[in-house]
Ligand binder design. Sequence first.
Ligand code: ADP
Ligand code: ADP
Length: 227
Amino acid sequence: MIRFEEVSKTYPGGQLALSKVDFHVAPGEMVFLTGHSGAGKSTLLKLISLMERPSVGKVYINGHDLSRITRRDVAYVRRDIGMIFQNHQLLMDKTVFDNVALPLVIEGYSRKQIYARVHAALDRVGLLHKQHNPPATLSGGEQQRVGIARAVVNRPPIILADEPTGNLDPALSLEIIRLFEAFNKAGASVFIATHDLGLIARMHYRTLTLKSGQMINDGLTESGAEL
Ligand code: ADP
Ligand code: ADP
């Protein structure tokens, strides 16, 4: 599903962000990615979501070699990936419904399909009753759930999250992780970058650890185990 082969990334300024990183995430796996600030987590996620290109090595998503795909295929690969950010980047002048509907509107789905999918996604994250509200009237945890609904509304096979619990307290953080578990159980591959080691310690998922751009640990144990 996601495969890195000897991937290194040096930014134009000469900063080495990733060094010979090798790993593979199988379909239906749920994996945490951790490491200190500056370890290379965001860079690794940007390589998966095609926001950056590797300097050396290969990245494969869903069998596509990202160094060989055409501009048209970039949009195609991105459609398979639901991205969740720490600052959910919601449109504050739109309703919750319209925020979640946005990716489907861009894809040209019919009104009927949009209604059904947005309702299903909001129901999944427990926010159907707030669909007509503007995001500003929601709590931080609720806004994060709207961001998650928007990321999964087109049912992507890969869900990527960058510090999704960064601004949340431990109880709300766990709630968010439970949501990811539910999508994972429904078949999605889930890849979560976080420096919240307390949260990871409470989980029993495979955890990849970056240090100064190197993958120093790949905890291939108890992946997907029940808590
Ligand atoms: P993390 O997400 O783990 O905090 P990053 O991937 O953001 O780590 O950063 C890894 C290294 O690459 C850091 O030294 C950072 O300063 C550097 N870096 C990140 N983005 C850029 C960029 N656009 N240009 C130059 N250097 C960058
Ligand atoms: P439905 O089949 O009516 O959409 P589900 O309960 O299966 O109902 O899914 C509800 C929502 O959860 C979906 O609309 C989608 O947003 C999300 N979802 C479900 N399965 C996946 C998946 N495998 N990957 C991503 N998102 C999913």
